[in-house]
Design a protein around this ligand. Structure first.
Ligand SMILES: Cc1cc2nc3c(=O)[nH]c(=O)nc-3n(C[C@H](O)[C@H](O)[C@H](O)COP(=O)(O)OP(=O)(O)OC[C@H]3O[C@@H](n4cnc5c(N)ncnc54)[C@H](O)[C@@H]3O)c2cc1C
Ligand code: FES
Length: 289
């Protein structure tokens, strides 16, 4: 809940933000959609019309979301900027995310950002794009997929591989139905249940199901860190250049501004140098793979 006793009037917040980048913009939760047992998607709207109008970002960037009086968490922007709608997908895992899940439509949260580099949507123009997602890693990739589909003429062929623990953990079912009509979209689950007719096995098993050649391609990947080494090996076997493989990395974050050092990986700040790193860069960062 918005705490005027802590933050004063909205006007005061606006003038203070100019001096203090840690002060978030106020945003109203317009819509909450249940995506799975522990994951929801939030459509938010900034209270300040100018902020709403001027909020621009790249797929793969993230924001810091404040539950006032509880804390802040880093969350990827999961909608494409082409949709003119700010959406965030949040999994309930601990203190702050649990409290965010208790909020209802109409509640106000704080949002600062966008932060990080995001996926290089300009640089990959003209290339075939292979998207590889694991579990909630599909959230930042969702924005990239829609961005490419909304600018279809500027990109080559797009293929998506999605790996999930089990069928019930598959997020964005409505989007997947929509995407399947336009692009090759393969899903594999670690553990099938009765009635599952799709592939079974870790996400890398999907590489044998369709012909993929990375010569004129790039790959964008997001999922649990353990996935990256195995996916990277498959991509390199299929002629993807190390500079054309992009991983989105999650580290614990506090400031999001390159100041606190919480997100350091080797000498890089994940919040400002990342969260997207090429395979080429990742190889030089101890602890990445
Ligand atoms: C760039 C970036 C983008 C992210 N995008 C999303 C997103 O779109 N949706 C989403 O649900 N989450 C996302 N996360 C993860 C999210 O920030 C954490 O889940 C959140 O901070 C947990 O806060 P908490 O207070 O609820 O949990 P805590 O009580 O702090 O921790 C609960 C558990 O989660 C683990 N944890 C906490 N932070 C992280 C983290 N950053 N990475 C991995 N494990 C963590 C802890 O080790 C602990 O086991 C992102 C993180 C980063 C860095
Ligand atoms: S989160 Fe503080 S330096 Fe990156």
């Amino acid at each position: 809940m918005y705490r005027p006793d802590l933050f004063g009037s909205i006007e005061k917040i606006d003038s203070a933000r100019i001096k203090n980048p840690f002060i978030p913009h106020l945003a109203k939760i317009e819509k909450i959609e249940r995506l799975s047992e522990d994951t929801r998607m939030y459509t938010v709207k900034f209270k300040d019309k100018n902020v709403e109008k001027g909020f621009s970002y790249l797929p793969g960037q993230f924001v810091m979301v404040t539950h006032f009086g509880i804390g802040e968490v880093a969350i990827s922007l999961c909608s494409s900027p082409t949709k003119r709608k700010v959406q965030l997908t949040i999994r309930k895992v601990g203190t702050v995310t649990e409290k965010i899940h208790e909020l209802e439509e109409g509640a106000v949260v704080g949002i600062r950002g966008p932060y990080g580099n995001g996926f290089p949507m300009d640089k990959i123009k003209g290339k075939d794009v292979l998207v590889v997602g694991g579990g909630i890693g599909l959230a930042p990739l969702r924005g990239a997929i829609d961005y490419i589909l909304d600018n279809k003429k500027e990109y080559g062929k797009i293929t998506v591989f999605l790996g999930c623990r089990e069928p019930a953990a598959i997020l964005f079912s409505k989007d997947i139905e929509r995407w399947k009509k336009k692009i090759e979209f393969l899903i594999s689950v670690d553990k099938a249940c009765e009635g599952w007719k799709g592939y079974v096995g870790v996400v890398t098993t999907l590489f044998d199901k369709v012909e993929i050649d990375g010569k004129n391609g790039c790959a964008i990947v997001c999922g649990p860190p353990v996935m990256y080494r195995f996916v990277g090996n498959e991509l390199i076997k299929r002629n993807f250049a190390k500079e054309d493989i992009y991983y989105s990395l999650e580290r614990r974050m506090k400031c999001g501004l390159g100041k606190c050092g919480h997100c350091l990986i080797a000498h890089k700040f994940t919040c400002v140098d990342g969260p997207v790193f090429t395979h080429f860069d990742a190889e030089t960062l101890e602890g990445f793979f």
